[in-house]
Design a protein around this ligand. Structure first.
Ligand SMILES: Cc1cc2nc3c(=O)[nH]c(=O)nc-3n(C[C@H](O)[C@H](O)[C@H](O)COP(=O)(O)OP(=O)(O)OC[C@H]3O[C@@H](n4cnc5c(N)ncnc54)[C@H](O)[C@@H]3O)c2cc1C
Length: 485
């Protein structure tokens, strides 16, 4: 078997994976009854917004469940979905190479299967960690093999509560009636970039001198320049390294903290019990776990620190917070707690905010989305203002109403992104939680669609005719049968 696997190319791996899918009776037949709008158009059962790792896995999972009247859209062009080939700047993933998730439990669709098909078992053994662009290509390969249609270059612009269904407006100009909406729109999909607050800094007026570390940046313009970086976590460090590797003279990362965070706590809770169980806990436990995680932070991967610490011009400045940032046409003056510094450009490695009121797509619902702050005492919420803004989701990742009955279709919107972490654990963001998160989401959608159509399903059961016994001597035609037909 080992020899066979080693000799396989990707085409053979695809053949094996398709055979396995066929053996699993994939794709399942559609079972969701067709619904029409008053003007006779078919209502879409599920619209998945985002075809990154989470969106494509959810889309495939829906097809597997026999929910086939779906669309999966992504505003980005093909192979530009998610961070891997756009804003991520690390050569390798932080995660260990053996992680599964986007395969939904099908061995021939794992990253390992994809990699071994091209590099053999020996290549797999020698692989240290997954290369960033390999992960992108692997995801696209899974998408191709499972025949998931994705519409690239199509954005959700807004969603509103219609009379019977959600009404989604797309960038194509279409207005689509939708029974369920899955927002798999990424790390910033429950808020946006977190910008630091300084007296002289306006994120809307950055004069081409200040950037967020997770936006697309032309690093070539930093050649010979001195760059200040706010933050010392993964993206800050990888951005500093990228700047220096592309010719920057200096890149200095600043932190309030006295040293780097040392322990990645989420690594220690990356096991099935925690992943499955977190959402089942009461609010006090969930709040305790995540507010601790938020405060603890996570160290940059040691590979990123090794990468940057050997580069001339790199420096960490610990216990030196920035107090103000002043941008002019030539550069940026930063007032720190210890000095006044001058940089040619600054990079803000400050991460993302979770704050649903920032999502333009959800403006019609925003003020009625229940948050964790609504469930905590004012003292608790004030002490953890960031966590208090996280949406308080239901068991199937659905948004909930603050005031019941005011925004009736809100519960048909499922938030399958980072914003779900306080309610569900890390099931819709990092790779390791996906094998729990995607089936949970899809089961919830399946239950809800079934329940909504139960009268029709039962009527169909009454009317069902299946001449099982027709080839035998004991077949009785319907009009001659006694008792239950
Ligand atoms: C730099 C970086 C490194 C990471 N490394 C790891 C790692 O090593 N291990 C790990 O487990 N996790 C890692 N993660 C976390 C996580 O795995 C990734 O963020 C992953 O991309 C999450 O997948 P996603 O589908 O939720 O979001 P994304 O991959 O970001 O996909 C979201 C998609 O939604 C689309 N979209 C957004 N809004 C709309 C709209 N209105 N209409 C249509 N489309 C829209 C976007 O174009 C995007 O393609 C990393 C994250 C980052 C940022």
């Amino acid at each position: 078997m080992a020899d066979l696997v080693e000799s396989e190319g990707l085409a053979e791996a695809e053949r094996i994976a398709r055979r396995d899918l066929a053996r699993l009776n994939y794709p399942a037949a559609n079972w969701v009854p067709e619904r029409l709008t008053p003007d006779g158009r078919r209502v879409l059962d599920v619209l998945v917004v985002g075809a990154g790792m989470c969106g494509q896995t959810a889309g495939w999972n829906l097809l597997r469940e026999g929910i086939r009247n779906i669309r999966v859209i992504d505003q980005a062009p093909y192979r530009r979905e998610g961070p891997w080939n756009t804003t991520a700047r690390m050569p390798i993933l932080r995660s260990p190479k053996h992680l599964t998730g986007p395969d939904l439990g099908v061995p021939s669709l794992t990253f390992r299967a994809w990699y071994e098909a091209q590099h053999g078992l020996d290549g797999w053994d020698k692989l240290y960690k997954v290369k960033r662009l390999d992960w992108m290509d692997y995801l696209l390969w899974v998408r191709k093999v499972v025949d998931l249609p994705v519409e690239n270059g199509v954005a959700l612009q807004r969603v509103e509560p219609g009379e019977r269904y959600l009404e989604a407006t797309l960038s194509t100009g279409e207005r689509v009636h939708v029974r369920k909406l899955v927002l798999a729109n990424g790390r910033d999909g429950a808020g946006g970039f977190k910008w630091p607050k300084f007296p002289s800094f306006d994120p809307n007026d950055r004069k081409g001198k200040a950037f967020h570390t997770l936006e697309e940046i032309d690093f070539g313009t930093f050649a010979g320049k001195r760059i200040g970086v706010l933050g010392v976590l993964a993206t800050a460090v990888d951005n500093a390294a990228t700047a220096l590797e592309t010719g920057a003279r200096e890149a200095i990362c600043y932190a309030r903290r006295p040293h780097l965070p040392q322990v990645n706590k989420s690594k220690g809770v990356s096991f099935a019990g925690f992943q499955r169980g977190q959402a089942m806990l009461d609010d006090d436990w969930r709040w305790k776990i995540y507010t601790y995680m938020l405060a603890a932070g996570s160290p940059p991967p040691h590979e990123s620190v090794l990468r940057v610490q050997k580069l001339p011009g790199f420096g960490f400045r610990f216990a030196e917070p920035w107090l103000d940032v002043m941008i002019d046409s030539d550069g940026v003056t930063v007032k720190t707690s210890k000095a006044i510094e001058r940089f040619d450009a600054v990079l803000m490695g400050t991460g993302f905010d979770v704050d649903m009121s920032r999502r333009p797509e959800l403006a019609a619902f925003a003020d009625n989305i229940k948050t964790w702050g609504d469930t905590r005492s004012p003292k608790d919420a004030n002490a953890n203002a960031e966590a208090a803004l996280y949406p308080y989701l239901g068991p199937g990742f659905e948004l909930r109403e603050k005031a019941l009955g005011r925004t009736p279709r809100l519960g048909d919107i499922h938030l399958f992104n980072w914003g779900s972490i306080l309610s569900q654990g890390a099931l819709a963001g990092d790779i390791p939680g996906l094998f729990v998160g995607s089936p949970r989401l899809v089961q919830a959608i399946s239950h809800s669609l079934f329940r909504a159509d139960v009268a029709q399903h039962v009527e169909n059961m009454f009317n069902q005719e299946d001449p099982e016994l027709a080839p035998t001597d004991y077949f009785v035609p319907r009009d001659k049968r006694a008792g239950t037909l």
